[in-house]
Design a protein around this ligand. Structure first.
Ligand SMILES: C[S@@+](CC[C@H](N)C(=O)[O-])C[C@H]1O[C@@H](n2cnc3c(N)ncnc32)[C@H](O)[C@@H]1O
Length: 280
């Protein structure tokens, strides 16, 4: 092994060299956006200019200098594909979001023995943990229910599995709930594992076959994902929900998730809160 310092090379030879930044070629953006929509449903075609900058920075970080090259690389590079999905999906969520709707679902869940609930998508898991907390607050033991959370964003799923959340994410919870279900660690709150043995999180794309092998559910939550899809993909999504929902089950969507007329579900509204049941 050599221990002396390597002598610095003289700089003179580089004096007249100019580092030419790689010119970025934006050709191929439309193909890329169509690819994203086809693969995960997220429709970015109308947000062209904002997304162009975001995707360009993504490419440059990866030392890819055209959208066409990125598109080609995506065909065989699974990690790159996942990084791109993590970049273009919006994972905003928090505990007890739209509490009155969660309450309505919990009231229904309490009528079903061994109730099975699916949150698709769950982002970083707050919705899944919230439902579990609410059921336990109503004296249901974790062994009496199961809640599955799925999302396509790998970072979000990792965060859900870790169960480590910021103060901001818990802003709707009172002190009693925080103390009961979390341990406070400096700037973070960690879920107490003993309360959450019946929750699970998996990275799944709702358009892939794996989604249909998750089993049958009494309740499906799908809040704030359909807003990123167009009508064609909204229809495809709810058709898949109809396959996974048991005959007497209920589907809960977010307030902004408007679905087109369809042969699968009828909407019911109760005290300004809505849910969907399957058409028979
Ligand atoms: C705004 S979050 C909604 C989280 C939670 N349901 C809520 O309302 O608080 C939307 C999530 O949809 C996920 N998503 C988008 N397309 C998806 C797909 N094809 N399969 C699974 N998850 C998807 C994103 O990764 C993102 O985490």
């Amino acid at each position: 092994m050599l221990f002396w310092k390597k002598k610095k090379e003289p700089q003179i030879a580089l004096k007249n060299e100019v580092v030419v930044p790689q010119e970025f070629n934006t050709f191929g953006l439309q193909d890329l956006l169509h690819y994203i929509k086809r693969e995960i449903g997220v429709d970015l075609l109308s947000k062209n200019s904002v997304i162009e900058t975001k995707l360009r920075l993504f490419c440059e970080r990866k030392e890819i200098y055209s959208f066409r090259k990125l598109f080609e690389a995506l065909q065989h590079d699974k990690m790159l594909r996942q990084d791109l999905i993590d970049l273009v999906t919006v994972n905003e969520t928090y505990f007890y979001r739209e509490e009155s709707q969660l309450d309505m679902a919990v009231n229904f869940a309490l009528t079903i023995p061994n109730v099975r609930i699916l949150c698709a998508p769950c982002a970083s898991g707050e919705e899944v943990y919230s439902l579990s907390m609410m059921l336990q607050e109503r004296r249901r033991e974790p062994r009496e229910f199961s809640i599955t959370g799925i999302d396509i964003n790998s970072e979000a799923i990792e965060k859900a599995q870790k169960g480590l959340f910021s103060e901001r994410s818990l802003h709707k919870l009172d002190q009693r709930l925080k103390e009961k279900f979390f341990t406070h660690e400096e700037r973070f709150y960690r879920v107490k594992r003993e309360y959450f043995s019946s929750t699970s999180f998996t990275k799944v794309n709702i358009f892939e076959h794996e989604f249909l092998s998750l089993g049958k559910f009494d309740i499906i939550f799908s809040r704030n994902m359909l807003i990123y899809f167009d009508d064609e993909f909204r229809l495809k999504t709810i058709e898949r929900f109809a396959t996974l929902l048991k005959p007497d089950g209920k589907l809960f969507l977010g307030h902004a998730d408007i679905i087109p007329d369809n042969p699968y579900f009828i909407k019911h509204t109760d005290h300004r809160l809505s849910y969907y049941v399957k058409k028979s």
